[in-house]
Design a protein around this ligand. Sequence first.
Ligand code: GRF
Length: 226
Amino acid sequence: MGSNLVGGRVATPTTPLRCAVFISGSGSGMEALVNAQRSRRLPHETVLVVSNKANVPGLERASRLGLPSLVVEHRRNGENISREEHELEILKGLADHDVELIVLAGYMRLLSPVFLNEWHHRVVNIHPSLLPHFPGGHAHRDVLSSKTSITGCTVHLVDEGMDTGAVLAQRAVPVFESDDEISLSDRVKVEEHRLYPDVLTWIAEGRVHLTEEGVHVQDETDRFVC
Ligand code: GRF
């Protein structure tokens, strides 16, 4: 059996895995995750919200939830700061909050190979399509133009590519002829908000293993289920 994603640690509701949720906008996925963590006593908790944009609604949600947030903008005084400088500030925030897992939830910026090397297999993302179909920033638009009748969402490990890392779980969602991007996004988000807390639970409990053949999730009876 390959190593699990959290280096052998088995988190519990009393010793939860410490997550930082990265956002760039509305933050509805972050809020749904935090509500699930608080209402269901899950073995993971959100200890920090990181945004690369100031004044986004997700930061207001974080503040209403009583969560610390860290804003690291990549433009300062009209100029871009270097990727290295940007990520160093984030890394410091993660260390200050003893973060163990990075959870991307609508974070619209690629992380550098140096950053991902330091956080190898400890960064996950949720994408609003059934990857490898429709990667990128306009998944719903691309789904609608393709005329497919099924889409969904995918939780995956983050690697250096755009939505290319190993898939941990997917859920399907129907596409209706009457859909526009908003109605489709709303329907997919319902499923995203259910799926993300569950996948983080598998990770926190040390049940997600990486082997040469790929990703395996172990169920309660010790069988490999996917
Ligand atoms: C979600 O659909 C997520 O899958 C994608 O970005 C969207 C973020 O929405 N990566 P929100 O900011 O959580 O409302």
